[in-house]
Ligand binder design. Sequence first.
Ligand code: HEC
Ligand code: HEC
Ligand code: HEC
Ligand code: HEC
Ligand code: HEC
Ligand code: HEC
Ligand code: HEC
Ligand code: HEC
Ligand code: HEC
Ligand code: HEC
Length: 305
Amino acid sequence: MTRLLKSRKLYVSSALAGALMLAAGLYASALGEAGYVGSEKCKECHEEVAASHAKSLHSRAWAGKSGYGCESCHGPAGDHVNNPSRESIVSFGKESKQSADLQSKQCLGCHSASTSLAYWDMGFHKKEDVACSACHSIHKGDKPTVNQLETCFGCHKDIKRDANRQAHHPIIEGKVKCSDCHNPHGTLGHGMIKADNTNQLCYKCHGDKRGPFIWEHAPVEENCLVCHDPHGSKANKLLKERVPSICQDCHDLTGDSHAGTPTDSSRSSFVTGTDNKLVSRACLNCHSNIHGSNAPSSRGKEFRR
Ligand code: HEC
Ligand code: HEC
Ligand code: HEC
Ligand code: HEC
Ligand code: HEC
Ligand code: HEC
Ligand code: HEC
Ligand code: HEC
Ligand code: HEC
Ligand code: HEC
């Protein structure tokens, strides 16, 4: 087993010879004692599936190797061929008579060494009875790759709605995938994100926001999602709320320096509503380095240019 874990490459080739048998053997007991009949037998009644399966990635990867073929996923079919029904075999999907857990175990027998599956047991999907086959199709198409927009949006309607909002990460445009940010198999941390925390995730693609800054803006350091939505929002730039409202949630400017004096052009009468020219970018007209600044003196401290 240690040998299997040493390298993924080794795992793949050994999976065929060793883990295949092991895996199928492990779950054999789920379906009685009648044992294996071999893939040839299946063709008699499932001609179409068998023909398409022959061209699939799994079938190709196993070609010429010993193993259980169809039955490495569907389990030993001795009982099934005597008494053909859905109940007498491991089947997958909504119509299946087996638990989501058992379905997933059929796959994990070979794939548990994959690093992306290391935290499967801790993920939301396993907890919510979402089996491997809810996302991966073995017989439809050549490879069991996932069409993420179709598959993920199918269950996550709220994310679909957000991703279609006026401001959004370019997910529907195909420039960013769900799996760039999430490990749908599960992670140690919250939200199944592919980083220790939200900010580390955002820095992967927005390195300029990482700093270090001499003048840090506290909420930015705390969590990007204090101001941004991750998928999409009604306000510009994925903001949870428009500027200036979002700023004013935290900064009460009534009666402060912003009232200014009419002669001080750097002060804003915007806040008091007397200077409409400033409305377009509001606070950002002056506080333009909102994520942090390295500018010297008070300009930096106040995130001004
Ligand atoms: C004698 C004919 C026969 C043989 C041989 C046979 N099956 Fe079946 N199989 C059936 C019938 C009939 C059903 C029930 C179909 C239904 O209820 O819609 C079925 C159902 C299934 C299902 C569930 C289908 C679903 O819609 O979920 C799977 C999976 C399956 N068989 C796989 C196999 C495999 C793998 C083999 C070979 C190891 C095999 N079968 C051999 C006749 C057969
Ligand atoms: C008997 C062992 C075995 C079983 C059981 C098995 N697989 Fe695989 N799987 C493999 C092998 C070997 C490959 C090819 C690996 C490669 O080429 O990197 C593969 C490839 C894959 C891939 C593509 C990997 C990639 O890198 O793109 C996916 C996804 C996958 N399997 C999902 C599943 C699912 C879902 C199930 C259960 C329904 C399952 N597998 C059952 C051995 C197995
Ligand atoms: C919620 C959807 C979802 C579920 C459930 C799911 N996967 Fe995946 N899986 C994905 C996505 C998305 C990828 C990314 C690659 C791609 O586009 O196919 C992936 C990648 C993979 C890969 C290739 C990458 C690697 O780590 O080697 C394998 C193998 C795999 N999944 C197996 C499984 C198995 C086994 C299960 C069940 C225990 C499972 N998946 C459950 C969505 C899912
Ligand atoms: C790598 C795992 C795996 C292998 C190997 C496999 N299947 Fe399947 N099978 C599945 C999954 C998962 C589904 C659910 C539908 C899908 O994912 O496409 C399924 C669905 C089915 C169905 C019912 C749905 C349909 O499309 O009619 C039948 C019948 C079936 N398989 C027969 C077979 C036969 C026969 C073989 C061998 C030639 C085989 N399977 C090999 C995983 C596998
Ligand atoms: C740019 C990165 C990114 C992309 C791309 C992305 N997400 Fe997220 N997603 C996040 C972050 C960050 C969270 C918040 C995680 C937390 O802290 O709980 C999140 C949360 C979620 C949640 C939890 C519920 C919620 O509304 O907060 C779901 C479900 C989800 N994402 C699904 C998806 C799906 C489906 C896709 C692809 C269509 C996707 N995500 C694409 C970053 C991303
Ligand atoms: C069969 C339905 C189904 C599919 C398909 C599915 N999910 Fe989920 N997902 C769920 C359920 C149920 C939960 C747990 C409840 C919730 O948070 O919505 C969940 C939870 C999540 C979470 C964590 C939510 C949190 O609260 O932290 C993320 C992230 C996520 N899914 C992403 C994805 C991605 C990415 C895909 C596509 C690769 C996907 N899901 C496909 C049903 C599904
Ligand atoms: C996988 C890479 C990736 C990750 C991770 C990522 N982003 Fe992005 N982000 C992008 C891309 C690509 C764009 C679009 C850039 C463009 O069109 O110039 C974008 C755009 C944005 C925008 C501007 C949106 C607009 O409407 O103009 C904001 C705000 C943003 N991201 C915030 C975040 C936050 C917050 C996180 C962490 C939760 C994050 N991003 C994680 C890739 C990523
Ligand atoms: C205090 C609120 C706030 C927090 C917290 C915040 N942002 Fe922003 N972000 C903004 C505002 C306001 C804009 C619009 C700036 C503009 O239009 O000039 C913006 C714009 C962006 C943009 C698009 C324009 C650009 O500057 O590239 C990205 C990307 C971005 N933020 C990423 C992040 C990341 C990553 C984090 C966490 C490290 C983060 N933001 C935290 C308020 C915030
Ligand atoms: C979640 C709360 C929060 C939001 C939202 C927020 N800030 Fe801040 N901001 C803070 C905190 C906390 C500080 C640090 C205050 C301190 O050190 O006294 C700060 C500091 C500042 C400072 C420097 C203050 C000083 O005394 O040097 C400016 C300027 C500022 N924010 C402007 C903005 C603008 C403009 C927005 C909207 C784009 C905004 N903030 C959104 C919490 C927030
Ligand atoms: C016309 C330029 C301008 C605009 C627009 C502006 N500010 Fe300022 N802001 C300043 C200047 C200049 C200072 C430094 C004032 C001082 O040193 O007394 C400042 C200081 C601050 C400070 C720190 C000192 C304090 O008074 O608490 C905060 C917080 C702040 N601004 C938030 C905001 C918010 C929120 C908005 C939008 C509602 C905004 N500003 C709009 C120019 C502006």
